[in-house]
Design a protein. Structure first.
Length: 728
């Protein structure tokens, strides 16, 4: 029997002590602290790393093989490609990187991933993903073990939110742009795929069962995290894994030492997963993940409780003797139940009469979403002469049932009740001929929306064509691949955008108008990219991996909010005088066009004894209406991230650091630079220690996506994290 115990702790030293600690830490690791990204890439593995590697063994294998993650096969590509091979902008965050980051939020998970930003409104429990300046209402598709995360609550902050505890994760994969049309409708920004732990990778090859416990303490927020994972291999063809995570975080302080209201939360997350292999060619995964979360809004007037349950079933049938058969069937049910409870008596305006009413403390507004999903696809592999084909075809169906209940009665004004059905079918052929690779696909999408008062529907075909060329067969440029892509994407309007109606409940009074005539968004993207892989660049054991891409995304009928004047007889906005009423209306509408363009880079050099890398993204975007360009508020601005590290003591000790610089434009946030440090020590195969410092210089900064035009929400200041892992 082997039991794994992980204990992690953070200690925050203020005042002079903090300065001494920061100075000592900086001196100790500065020589390994400047240049590169951690979602890296693999060199060829030694025999003992040939099989999937359990998280606690990743560092041992990476010492022998480098840390090149762009060489690892991802599930983002349904044809089994690695990121460095993919003719698309693909990134991966693996178990080693997750352990090094010691993440408690999605911001930690995606640190430095080009083109990806996270909006949290300082509520670290729930997050919204932004890819290439697009977010909310399904523009970025978030998938957990095959289940779409479609929960949305509109208001004066983040709309679409997902709730995934990082301690449940084995890896995260990102594909940027609408090229991910095999993963369902709507993802004109891209796809984020969370893969939770599995017994097959958690257990070592020699283990029948194991237990792992993690304990962490976050110095800044006095946050405590406890995570326990256990797995058992009952037979060669049946294994089970369970994971439970507790988090209790207080309010954090920013770089100026000020407590940030509304940032405390407590959460319990769990995971159960069983894998059955009925035959040598088939596998069935059944999983449940759940969340019980709670926090207080920054205004101090309401408290939030969230309960989420996700049930998934994933079946695959792959016959090595039949290349025409590579079948996958995914089914899922995802439920999110959120309750907002008022903490103080407050006066609001009735959504029906517009008259002032008193909302007593303890009143609840509930937001319930149930999402049903089904995804089926098969890949057939065959040759026509010298051309190899990977033909993938399938379909998917998603049904969202939104039920909200306001303390005033009826649906919540900002998040109306309604049903949405989205389904589609696609076919894609990947053709490979020596130095040439061509991917052609077409997808059909259809949607319908219904509420008690309104309905809408629509459909469309969306094509994609990618051409990749490897011009050099030998020499140092043999690993060079250039590609160009033309892709279209299609996003149907959400229930909120289409059906929202009623009166603004507080402050001033004005109507929200539904818009059943909303047109779907259509994205047209051109992308030009470069992949480069080279081994033995300077030494026999080193490797270089690089991906870079330029993209231009034009979105017709972009949906955004519009203020209508009651004095314009063509606006459909009527003015009914009353207490606090102003002569405007608010409505979601189609803008003529939105233009977003940018450049992304990720590169890593690994020499086994040391590694360094760099990532960067530059994104610009605006809407165009009547010839007038207006900046898009969802553009995450320019960021550059560097990271470097050294491996000492035959790879047992890794020391390094990260530097990230953000250059926001047009928001309340200012430019800022963060410096983070990390270290891990594998004392034995069963004992390891971790250290991490976030925001070493206690910089006061705001996430550009979470900063309003007047008052930014500041992120955490200096934090020291310590960890220990014991396996026995």
């Amino acid at each position: 029997m082997q039991v794994r115990v992980r204990a992690t702790g953070n200690f925050n030293f203020g005042g002079g002590t903090g300065g001494i600690v920061r100075g000592a830490l900086l001196a100790g690791v500065a020589y390994g602290a400047m240049a590169g990204v951690t979602y890296a890439q693999d060199l060829p593995q030694p025999d003992y790393c040939a099989e999937p590697v359990e998280a606690s063994n990743v560092a041992l294998c990476d010492v022998a093989q480098g840390s090149m993650l762009l060489d690892r096969i991802t599930v983002v590509s349904r044809t089994g490609e690695t990121p460095i091979e993919a003719l698309a902008s693909v990134s991966q965050v693996d178990a080693e990187t997750l352990a090094r980051r010691m993440p408690s939020t999605a911001n930690d998970v995606f640190f430095g991933v080009p083109g990806v930003a996270i909006q949290t409104d300082a509520r670290r429990a729930g997050s919204a993903a932004n890819i290439r300046g697009l977010q909310d209402f399904g523009r970025v598709q978030v998938i957990v073990d095959g289940a779409r995360q479609n929960f949305s609550r509109s208001g004066h902050g983040t709309s679409q939110m997902f709730f995934v505890d990082p301690n449940l994760l084995e890896s995260v994969e990102v594909i940027r742009g609408p090229v991910a049309n095999t993963y369902g409708s709507g993802a004109i920004g891209g796809v984020v795929m969370y893969n939770t732990k599995t017994a097959d990778t958690f257990l070592r090859p020699s283990e029948q069962y194991a237990l792992e416990t993690t304990l962490s303490f976050d110095s800044n927020a006095t946050g405590i995290t406890s995570s326990t994972t256990g797995a058992v291999r009952l037979t060669e063809n049946f294994d089970v894994l369970g994971n439970i995570v507790f988090r209790d975080f207080g309010q954090y302080t920013d770089g100026d030492g000020n407590a940030v209201d509304g940032t405390d939360f407590n959460a319990i997350s769990g995971l159960l997963k069983a894998t059955v292999r009925p035959t040598e060619n088939s596998e069935l995964n059944l999983a449940w993940s759940g969340l019980d979360d709670g926090w207080e809004e920054s205004s101090g007037t309401s408290a939030i409780d969230v309960y989420q349950n996700t049930f998934t079933g994933q079946y695959e049938l792959v016959d090595p003797d039949n290349p025409m058969l590579d079948l996958h069937i995914n089914g899922s049910i995802n439920t999110v139940d959120m309750t907002s409870t008022t903490l103080v008596d407050r006066t609001q305006y009735s959504s029906e009469t517009g008259l002032p009413i008193t909302i007593p403390a303890g009143s609840d507004t509930t937001y319930d979403l149930t999402t049903y999903g089904l995804d089926i696809w098969n890949t057939s592999r065959f040759d026509t002469g010298a051309i190899q084909h990977e033909l993938t075809y399938g379909g998917d169906w998603v049904f969202d049932e939104v039920v909200t209940d306001s303390y005033q009665g009826g649906s919540d004004v900002y998040t109306p009740s309604g049903d949405r059905t989205v389904w589609g079918a696609y076919i894609q052929d990947k053709l490979t001929y020596d130095w040439l690779e061509v991917i052609g696909s077409v997808r059909y999408d259809s949607y319908s929306l219904e509420s008690d008062e309104n309905s809408a529907s629509g459909d469309r075909f969306s094509p994609r064509l990618t051409v990749g060329v490897s011009p050099f067969a030998q020499g140092p440029l043999s690993g060079l691949q250039v590609y160009g892509t033309y892709a279209e994407g299609y996003r149907s309007p959400s229930t909120t955008e289409t059906l929202m109606s009623g009166l603004h409940p507080s402050g001033v009074v004005f109507p929200f108008l539904p818009n059943p005539d909303l047109q779907p968004e259509t994205a047209t993207t051109w992308e030009f990219g470069v992949n480069y892989a080279l081994d033995s660049l300077v030494t026999p054991d080193d490797s270089l991996r690089l991906k870079a891409a330029y993209f231009d995304n034009s979105i017709d009928d972009y949906i955004g909010s519009r203020t209508l004047s009651a004095f314009d007889p063509t606006s459909g906005c009527t003015f009914v005088p009353g207490p606090g009423v102003i002569p405007i209306c608010y409505q979601y509408d189609n803008f003529a066009e939105a233009e977003i363009s940018g450049f992304e880079l990720e590169a890593l050099y690994d020499q086994q004894t040391w590694f360094a890398g760099l990532s960067a993204s530059v994104v610009e975007g605006h809407t165009i209406e009547g010839g007038v360009e207006t900046p898009l508020a969802s553009i995450p601005t320019t960021q550059v991230t560097g990271q470097a590290g050294v491996r000492l003591l035959e790879g047992a000790l890794t020391v390094g650091g990260e530097v990230q610089h953000w250059m926001p434009e047009g928001v309340a946030a200012d430019d800022y630079t963060l410096v983070n440090l990390f270290a891990s020590y594998e004392a034995t195969e069963d004992v390891s220690f971790n250290l991490r410092v976030d925001n070493l210089f206690d910089v006061q900064y705001a996430n550009p996506l979470s900063a309003s035009t007047t008052s930014p929400v500041y992120e955490p200041g200096f934090s020291l994290k310590l960890g220990a892992t014991v396996r026995f």
